[in-house]
Design a protein. Sequence first.
Length: 412
Amino acid sequence: MLTSQVLNDIASEYGQSFYLLDVDRFRQNYDELNTAFTRLYPPSRIAYSYKTNYIPRICTLVAQMGGFAEVVSDMEYRLALKVGVSPEKVFFNGPYKDALAVEELLLAGGTVNIDSESDLRMVIEIASKHKENVLSIGIRCNFDIEDGVTSRFGFDVDGHEFLLALRTIRDLGNLRLDGLHCHFAARGIEPWIRRTNRMLDLVKTHFRKPPRFVSLGGGLYGKMDDSLKMQFDNNIPSYEDYANVVADPFGACFKEYPLAEQPMLIIEPGTALVADAMEFASKVISIKRVRGKTFATLLGSAQNINPTLSRKNLPISIYHDTTSKHVQDIYHDVDFVGYTCIESDYLYRGFSGKLAVGDYVVFSNVGSYSLVLKPPFILPNFAVVEYDTRYGSIELVRENETFEDVFRTFKF
């Protein structure tokens, strides 16, 4: 159980503000999402989105649980190898791909989903150098899912370049078109229904027999408290809701084929698995009233908890050290602001309740993109510790960064 004493103990060792990683919560999320899909379509597979949160502890856990790695850079690909992911379980996506990393992955049996004509030329060149190897290729598909966004990624499936890519890959003897891929940011159920139906139509149109995989990408909501759900305009689907509109149609589409011939249904969750598996504990530095408004400054920034700046209040808990010399007062309509010099640096708006300097404000649902998008702006990044709520054990996951860490690559 998290207490002010636990927070103070962590602070004394690793710094006054820090992240808390709940590995058991992540593991539970993975199991539940995987079960929801495989129950309806057994060949479903999870490829964890490294870009969402690439803490090695998490990536290692995914590998141990049998999951795949979805990477979008040479850096993430190297990380996958470092934590023990076999190349056959790596899917390389994204608009930019390092040619050497792509070549290495393809030769080792991994899969590259090409995003553009430039990607196609790259893999053709690699294939021409290694005619003795058969290379696994997928194509990222772009189409309208009626979300009001014209996506910039992938091939327009209604355009000439898509058909040319299909033909080119099939005509080249050692490029093997193993599947189709898509990814859209819209997380609601309706966009998932549209992407599922369109991808199944594309498979039926362009493949005589089922491909090795069909990847629908990520973009799923994760678990969240009711206080956060209420801030969204749409209902928040459960894992089972997604599975019902995705895995069920896949099962119906390929039911005539033996299980061994049914394509893998790849989903690439990040937020859905890791968002609620991390918290951020931030100390109250000062409380002051300015022109009729009360502000509590925290040793933290909006970039630490909400780098996409969606303006939503994340769930919070307040912990007061009873041994502190600062006495809690009751405040109304307090805005929690960050340590930076940016006026828009708000972590939470409209808090009312007991608060004092030295208290800890613990923000939930901060595991998605918070670490990977946080720059070392004004202060280095904070430590990450794994806290086991069952046994109260604490283990360092990432050290508190220092001056030397930030400026090591600069020339003085």
